[in-house]
Write a protein that binds this ligand. Sequence first.
Ligand code: TRP
Length: 330
Amino acid sequence: MKISLTGIKPTGNIHIGNYFGAIKPALTLTEQYFCVYFVADLHALNSNFSPKQLQEQIYEVAAAWIVFGLDTEKAIFFRQSDIPEIPELTTILSAVTPKGLMNRAHAYKAMLDKNAEAGNDPDFGVNMGLYTYPILMAADILLYNSDVVPVGQDQNQHVEIARDIAENLNRIYGKTLKIPEGINSETTKVIPGIDGRKMSKSYNNTLPIFAPEKDLRKQVMRIVTDSTPPEDPKDPDTCNLFQIYQHFGAPERVEEVRQLYLQGGLAYGALKQELFENMIETFKPARERFNYLMENKHEIDQILTSGAEKARELGRPVLARVRKAVGIDR
Ligand code: TRP
């Protein structure tokens, strides 16, 4: 079976955009591939300087993937920082990575642009973690002989860079690393946020899955709608309340609601209440297990630790081959 590798940045407040846009599609890949999933906590270090918060977010994201069905018997799930082979491979890869390749990376260039706009020094706020982020990511991908790397469009360049780095090493030392391929899952329709923009924590427009009920309800009630009175016809396809609702209502009921929009007679407030109840119902088992795991973090640790052992087994021979190729084996 081919190997598919997915790195997950640790974030808290998992929301329905994360679920429908990333978690759910990624978990279906286990039917086709041997899947390697990991929490990319080392990648968070260049921007998250709050140890308490980082720790909590690592657990939250790990718990979320577990409760949504990541099968730790069939797939490998671990924490990046538990794999000492990663920083080692990163150092070796750095030696064959041209500085110019890093200069072209989008995230770094975005910082330069921001600084230019603000009249700052070009390197203001740029740490080496940000600058060499693509090398660390290349190590993630290359260590386990990954065949495919399913990513969102925004990560395509990083996969391209990983390929470039692997090709450089292979050119210098002979064929040593497998050249991975990036795949973009067919663009699952993005879920709009409660204000109609893309759902994102940075816009504060999310519907959080594991938040206390009253917080979730508050967010649902904040979903922005227009001011059409209930009795007037409305267009379901331009209404973000309907766009969100259709992921939760039963198919016949969604159709019924669509007709209510078109004919008139629908009150937004009532639909919001229904959406809220459906969400609670849909996520009930996941919420319960999530809360349990967050109260029993040692169970998350156990899962991640045993995953790390398997990941290291997979990575060790590849690193050994690289060490030999470059002349630092014994
Ligand atoms: N950079 C990815 C993101 O921001 C996370 C990530 C780290 C990753 N290492 C990876 C993704 C390896 C795929 C493969 O989402």
